[in-house]
Design a protein. Structure first.
Length: 220
């Protein structure tokens, strides 16, 4: 069960994985994002169904911010790992316990976790199934902040207020950093910067700076 709701300004969507209403699968929910949404806040990982593929969240064209509350385990954690940024509630904990049942995370958990926290931390969590709280998760890099849903939404709003084209290009460059050699990543960064420099959004950003006003980005 999924529900898709929009905040008042229309720039931020909230995807609730554990909502009883909606009755749509994750693919349908992701496809239903309205035009103009610039960032998605994902919640409800503790109640996420086991068959929702994390790759669907990772493939969204806009940044995703996962807010994790409660004791989230196994596939719920894998879904959270697929988000670009994670904010954990102060009382939240996460654990990948599959090894205790003679299994392993099979929806990107091993691959995404090691890229976030490094091999040592990843192996400690994966081979023991131990839970970590919000503060420890933040220290090791699994979470980027500890805070309330309101604070996570405020962070999402700040992301949504930036240039959508610059956001997309920055996100693309950062993703390349984990997948290609440094020299190739630097070339990709330079190419994207050149493309952005010729965009209407870049011109609008410069004009807004000169005129001392908020920019009106259109994503082109």
């Amino acid at each position: 069960m999924f529900a898709l709701t929009l905040t008042a300004d229309g720039l931020t969507a909230t995807l609730a994985l554990d909502a009883p209403e909606g009755e749509r699968d994750l693919a349908a929910a992701c496809a239903a994002l309205p035009e103009g949404v610039r960032v998605v806040v994902v919640t409800g990982f503790a109640g996420a169904p086991p068959l929702a593929p994390a790759a669907l969240l990772a493939a969204l064209a806009v940044p995703t911010l996962g807010w994790v509350d409660g004791d989230v385990r196994d596939h719920g954690v894998e879904l959270a790992l697929a988000c670009d940024i994670r904010v954990l509630a102060s009382g939240a904990s996460v654990a990948l316990t599959q090894v205790r049942a003679g299994a392993l995370p099979a929806d990107g958990g091993t691959q995404r976790l090691v890229r976030l926290v490094g091999r040592g931390h990843a192996l400690r969590l994966l081979l023991t199934g131990d839970a970590v709280g919000a503060q420890e998760a933040a220290v090791m890099g699994l979470a980027q902040a500890v805070g309330t849903l309101a604070e996570a939404e405020a962070l999402a709003a700040r992301i949504g207020a930036t240039g959508p084209l610059a956001t997309a290009y920055t996100r693309e460059a950062v993703r390349a950093a984990g997948e290609v050699p440094l020299a190739e990543g630097l070339r990709a960064e330079a190419d994207l910067a050149i493309l952005l420099h010729t965009s209407a959004d870049r011109a609008e950003g410069l004009a807004a700076f000169r005129e001392r006003r908020a920019p009106r980005f259109e994503g082109r």
